[in-house]
Design a protein around this ligand. Structure first.
Ligand SMILES: [Zn+2]
Length: 286
């Protein structure tokens, strides 16, 4: 599932091909990826004739601000990749993105290129919302915590909650309303670097341990962005030109069950916890 670094990689790719482009046509199907007040048939009236303005991201959400007659319309196209969502650009991958299998939304641009939102499993989300003001999150995203990659202190809200929470620290890291953009994979990676067990009750963490977690959070996510995100064995995640990410080669625990811990040589353990697989080293993490 694409997490913050994968969505950031998609955002950067999209900016290269679509920033400022005029949307000449918009085609959508009737799949369940469309949400919110704007019905599918009205999407075209919002998108066609608009230009792609600012391209933002908050957590795992991509935000595309729309511009008409040189001014922001206040409308924003929100995309969430869900489990298997991808964006594909014809300008980079060749051919027409509309020809891709499972393309649910296709935007055609004034230079003859197009982009498609592709999602075989359809847990992704496409929605139109409004910007209350510059930089302020649309109402449908207003509950999200600080962005895990860009916020000056992304774990501020999580730290506040942790002091009175007996739930596991990993559960808090995955709560998008505390910190937005961390999923199962990067949570495991940052907990290993911070030498903390995923199931450790949050309120037992001391300030030094919280500081280690904050440092690990920044390191893991920034390194992942630099390497274009992580593509796992299923190769579901690809960037906008169809290329795979490469941070999976740097994973220390995620997907490495039974392989030696890179720090101490102990076999990496996996346990199902809160319905998700957790990978950790029982010797390095406590
Ligand atoms: Zn170890």
């Amino acid at each position: 599932m694409p997490e913050g670094p994968e969505v950031e990689t998609i955002r950067r790719g999209l900016a290269k091909v679509a920033l400022g482009r005029l949307i000449t046509d918009c085609a959508s199907d009737s799949s369940r990826v469309f949400h919110g007040d704007v019905a599918r048939h009205a999407l075209a009236s919002v998108l066609a004739g608009a230009r792609i303005g600012a391209l933002g991201r908050h957590g795992k959400f991509l935000l595309v601000d729309l511009v008409r007659d040189g001014a922001a319309t206040g409308e924003v196209l929100i995309l969430h990749m869900g489990m298997s969502g991808q964006l594909r650009s014809s300008a980079l991958s060749g051919g027409s993105a509309a020809q891709e299998k499972h393309a649910h939304l296709v935007l055609s641009f004034d230079d003859g290129s197009d982009i498609a939102f592709i999602d075989p499993r359809m847990f992704g989300r496409v929605e139109i919302d409004v910007r209350p003001a510059d930089g302020v999150l649309p109402p449908s995203l207003s509950r999200l915590g600080p962005d895990a990659i860009e916020a000056p202190d992304p774990l501020a809200r999580l730290r506040d909650r942790a002091t009175r929470s007996s739930v596991a620290i990993k559960t808090l890291l995955l709560d998008q309303n505390l910190v937005a953009g961390i999923g199962n994979m990067y949570a495991d990676e940052m907990l290993h670097r911070a030498r903390l067990l995923p199931r450790r009750p949050a309120r037992t963490l001391g300030s030094g341990e919280m500081a280690r977690l904050a440092a690990a959070c920044g390191e893991v996510l920034n390194e992942a962005v630099e390497l274009g995100g992580s593509s796992l064995a299923d190769r579901t995640y690809r960037d906008i030109s169809g290329e795979l990410g490469s941070f999976q080669t740097k994973h220390r625990v995620y997907g490495r069950e039974g392989e030696p811990c890179l720090e101490c040589g102990e076999a990496v353990a996996r346990e199902v916890f809160a319905g998700r697989s957790s990978h950790f080293c029982a010797r390095c993490q406590s």
